[in-house]
Write a protein that binds this ligand. Structure first.
Ligand code: FAD
Ligand code: PHB
Length: 393
């Protein structure tokens, strides 16, 4: 039997970042992950970092490459029926966002953990959480056919939406809020220089399209698609033809038919579980909430949860008085949820305004009216900008 202070379940960005922050505070962690290190390092996901996220990555000491390679964007564009309107993020809020792939954030965190010599066990099976309501929780897992047991003070459930942590909490202790959208996003990664300088979120008659990027030589683009679609049904030719049609302007038209290096479909969902703590188990990141990607908030929320959890655990270990130490933990869930619900609202709003929904003509006219208002009103643009760059931590 092994002992550590905090067992972290899941080595995605949330788990790795928590491990890094705790280690720097002198708190021991064991990180266990279901997949291989190569699999985790190659998953293509988010791309936009809020300034608050960059600050936390700086605090964790993993922002060197981000500062040299990240692309600072002072605006985003919203496209509607062939017109594009720039939302001047920097001018409206004083803040910019940084385009830097989640893949790169993950790689930086993995390198930093390896440098610290902190333990990560990959490719574990049958992860089970025990005695989470009491003061000495345990985690068991299987590795290469052998069962291992770890006793700890706390468990951090950073194992994403499909992980074991949230499912280990009795249903009666949780409230779940959920909305599933009737479409998905088909994403393509391709090695061509982006013909656009800032991200373009485009609403069109055929549905939503997003023009994003990863670097000066790599684009990342998305199309709203049917939940029944499979990536194999979308040849590169078909993807780019549809993309140009939805963009409906020169930036879209200039996109070459670039060979995709990755193509995948993600469903869209809004989901929150409350509270984010049960006894000695704390949930963070996608394990506790999902936002549709239209607001670029998922990774940013994972980072803010982790920052709050780091503060709570550091407060606990620094406090010698037992009651005060417990109080440091109590603030975690309410503090996270305040920020999460704001990001849920914004992500829902962006999704609602920019996608094509089945049916309702009334809703469709409201959507048009909302976008026209956005283009004409500086106040409406300031609201979007304030949320897009992220509310303060
Ligand atoms: P995950 O990244 O899901 O990591 C969880 C880890 O736990 C995984 O490695 C998993 O293998 C592991 N695990 C699962 N079960 C177990 C188990 N039983 N035992 C051990 N380990 C386990 N967010 C943004 O902020 N900006 C964006 O621009 C953006 N764009 C996105 C675009 C797309 C197409 C998608 C799909 C998502 C996007 N997101 C974006 C969301 C973002 O990618 C996620 O919110 C983020 O990955 C959450 O990190 P996490 O560490 O909480 O969870
Ligand atoms: C991405 O580049 O993958 C990306 C950017 C912005 C979003 C979602 C995804 O809102």
């Amino acid at each position: 039997m092994v002992r550590t202070q905090v067992v972290i379940v899941g080595a995605g960005p949330a788990g790795l970042l928590l491990g890094q922050l705790l280690h720097k505070a002198g708190i021991d962690t064991l990180l266990i992950e279901r997949r291989s290190a190569e699999y985790v390092a190659s998953r293509i996901r988010a791309g936009v970092l809020e300034p608050g996220t960059v600050e936390v990555l700086e605090l964790a000491g993993v922002a060197n490459r981000l500062q040299t390679e990240g692309l600072v964007h002072e605006g985003v564009e919203i496209g509607f029926r062939g017109h594009r309107h720039r939302i001047a993020l920097k001018e409206l809020t004083g803040k910019s966002v940084t385009v830097y792939g989640q893949t790169e954030v993950t790689r930086d965190l993995m390198d930093a953990r390896a440098e610290l010599g902190a333990p990560t066990v990959y490719e574990v099976d049958d992860v089970t959480l025990h005695d989470i309501a009491g003061p000495a929780p345990r985690v068991t897992y299987r590795l290469g056919g052998v069962t291992h047991e770890v006793v700890c003070d706390f468990i951090a459930g950073c194992d994403g939406f499909h992980g074991v942590s949230r499912r280990s909490i009795p249903d009666s202790a949780l409230s779940v809020y959920e909305k599933v959208y009737p479409f998905g996003w088909l994403g393509v990664l391709a090695d061509v220089p982006p013909p656009w300088t800032e991200l373009i979120y485009a609403a069109s008659e055929q549905g939503f399209a997003l023009a994003s990027m990863r670097s000066p030589t790599r684009v990342r683009c998305y199309l709203q698609c049917s939940l029944d679609d499979r990536p194999e049904q979308w040849s590169d030719e078909r993807f780019w033809t549809e993309f140009r049609r939805r963009m409906g302007d020169d930036a879209g038209a200039r996109t070459p038919v670039a060979p995709s290096i990755e193509k995948s479909i993600a469903p869209l969902r809004s989901y929150v579980v409350e509270p984010m703590r049960f006894g000695r188990l704390f949930l963070a990141g996608d394990a506790a909430h999902i936002v549709p990607p239209t607001g670029a908030k998922g990774l940013n929320l994972a980072v803010s949860d982790v920052f709050y959890l780091y503060e709570a655990l550091r407060g606990f270990y620094r406090e010698s008085d037992g009651d005060l130490a417990e109080r440091a933990l109590d603030g975690y869930s309410p503090r996270c949820l305040r920020r999460i619900w704001r990001a849920e609202r914004f992500s829902w709003w962006m999704t609602r305004q920019l996608h094509r929904f089945p049916g309702d003509a009334f809703d469709s006219r409201l959507q048009q009216t909302e976008l026209e208002y956005l283009f004409e009103s500086r106040a409406a643009q300031a609201g979007l900008a304030e949320n897009y760059v992220g509310l303060p931590l």
